[in-house]
Every structure is written in structure tokens, then in C-alpha cells.
Design a protein around this ligand. Structure first.
Ligand code: SF4
Length: 267
């Protein structure tokens, strides 16, 4: 999800930053940051919840998406396509998903042309809604790369002067998650209006984390503990970030970046 989507659904999803590693080849996603000749890092927002729940927090009890009418995330609208994969390789995404465990028995992804939605033809996304969602997701990644991810990557490069050390902290398959604090501090320092928006977001996220952790404590499951620990760490980091943003002097958006951030997050 984008930070903008997480702002919109702040009471539903706990947002965090996901750091991942990808090969630096022709198929690397365009928002990835090159680390060395062979590797690149992806820096994106992610919604995190307890794996033991096995369901998205927006999934209603009737089995439908509770956000359907009020703007579900573009990544969900794009499913089963993957906006992070080039259009010419989407057929491989569909083939893989049609055989994946989560899709077994659904038979909703089939080669050829049938009655119903046609997603791809000759390496092009032909379904208009899916294509628009894929484009919006890619656009969001490129905007947020500029607004906060690029400065986080610069900070990582300073902290890990040796790219091998930076790679060593990232799992080969999956993500390393950290609190969304670097994104919020980077954006919140751009103007007072953005600082207020980030503080409101932090307050909502802290309340949501407290609710989720309280429910986990009641479930008494051992396998919930690592996530509880992670969420408590996020909550502490967010409280410090909120205090930092509240102490900043008043300032208006003068830089181009600040104006872009206000247009992206406050519109
Ligand atoms: S479409 Fe599914 S995964 Fe996406 S927000 Fe709705 S319930 Fe969650």
C-alpha cells in the first residue's frame, strides 16, 4: 500500500516500511534503488497484521471487502495482476497464481478468451479497471520514492557504507519491516500542515496498535508474540516521532517537494 492509502485507512491497517532485495536486472521494478552491480533495494510501505489471524483486517464477516465502496487499495483492485512486474511478464504472474495454494479450486484464472473479464492479450493489460489500478499503483510508488523513500535510501547508504552489510540485514525472500517513522519525519518536517497530518496519523496508528495488541493478549497465542513485540516497538517509535513533530516551529510549504507532498497527502 502507499502511504497515501495508509493515511486514508489509518484506523484499519497498521502501516510500516518494508525493505526488500531484488536482482538488479532488466526486470527489476523501476522504483528499486541500485545498491551495487548485482543488487537493488525496494523501499515501500506495507500493512502489517498478526499472521495468526490469516485474514486482511478490512475483510468483513460476510466475506466481502469492507473498503469496497470507499476506495480499496490499488494493489487489491489490480489483483490478480502484480503492478510491480512489467506488463510483458504479467502472463507469468497469472500462470503462477493460477497454480498457487490460495487459488486452488477457484479456477478464476484461465488461459484463452472466455465469457467474463479478459485481463491480458499479447502482453498488454486490456481490462480498463485493472490497467488503471496498475498505473495508479506504479505512479504512487514513483511519487513516494521521491517524497520519502529516496531520503531513507540515502540514510541507509550512509549507515551501511559497505553494500554487503546492507544486504545482510535483508532476508533473501521477503521483507525486513521497520516503523514508518523515517517516512513520517521526512514528510512532517516539510511544512506545519504536513506535520499536523502526520501527528493525526500517528495518534490513530498508536490507538489501532493498542487495540490490536490488547486483542492478541486476550487470544493468548504463543505465535502472536513476535508480532506483538514488533507492534509495541512501532508504537514506541511513533510516540517519539509525534513528540518530535509537535516540537517543530511553524513553517509553510515553500519547496517544490513540500508542495508535492501536500498535494499528494492532504488533497
Ligand atoms: S480487497 Fe481484500 S485484501 Fe484488499 S483491502 Fe479488501 S479485504 Fe483487504
Amino acid at each position: 500500500m502507499s502511504l497515501r492509502e495508509l493515511f486514508e485507512h489509518r484506523d484499519v491497517f497498521v502501516g510500516c516500511i518494508a525493505l526488500g532485495r531484488v536482482s538488479r536486472d532488466a526486470d527489476a521494478p523501476p522504483h528499486a534503488f541500485p545498491l551495487d552491480n548485482a543488487n537493488a533495494i525496494t523501499i515501500t510501505m506495507l500493512a502489517l497484521d498478526y499472521p495468526s489471524l490469516g485474514r486482511c483486517p478490512a475483510l468483513a464477516h460476510d466475506g466481502l471487502c469492507s473498503l469496497h465502496a470507499e476506495g480499496k487499495p490499488d494493489q487489491c483492485i489490480a489483483v490478480p495482476l502484480d503492478p510491480l512486474v512489467p506488463d510483458r511478464l504479467q502472463h507469468a504472474v497469472l500462470a503462477q497464481r493460477s497454480h498457487g495454494a490460495g487459488w486452488i479450486g477457484a479456477q478464476c484464472i484461465q488461459p484463452g478468451e472466455h465469457a467474463g473479464t479478459l485481463l491480458l492479450r499479447a502482453g498488454e493489460i486490456v481490462d480498463e479497471e485493472a490497467s488503471a489500478a496498475v498505473q495508479r499503483r506504479r505512479h504512487a510508488l514513483s511519487v513516494e520514492r521521491e517524497l520519502w523513500a529516496a531520503s531513507l535510501f540515502d540514510a541507509l547508504k550512509r549507515d551501511f557504507a559497505d553494500p554487503r552489510r546492507a544486504l545482510a540485514m535483508l532476508p533473501a525472500d521477503g521483507y525486513r519491516t521497520i516503523a514508518s517513522v523515517p517516512a513520517l519525519i521526512g514528510i512532517g518536517t516539510l511544512s506545519t500542515a504536513l506535520a499536523r497530518a502526520c501527528i493525526d496519523y500517528i495518534d490513530a496508528q498508536t490507538a489501532l496498535i493498542n487495540r490490536n495488541v490488547a486483542q492478541a493478549v486476550q487470544r493468548r497465542r504463543l505465535d502472536d508474540r513476535p508480532t506483538t513485540q514488533t507492534l509495541r516497538g512501532f508504537s514506541d517509535a511513533l510516540l517519539h516521532a509525534g513528540a518530535h513533530l509537535r516540537a517543530l516551529p511553524e513553517r509553510t510549504a515553500t519547496s517544490l517537494l513540500a508542495k508535492k507532498a501536500e498535494a499528494w497527502l492532504l488533497a
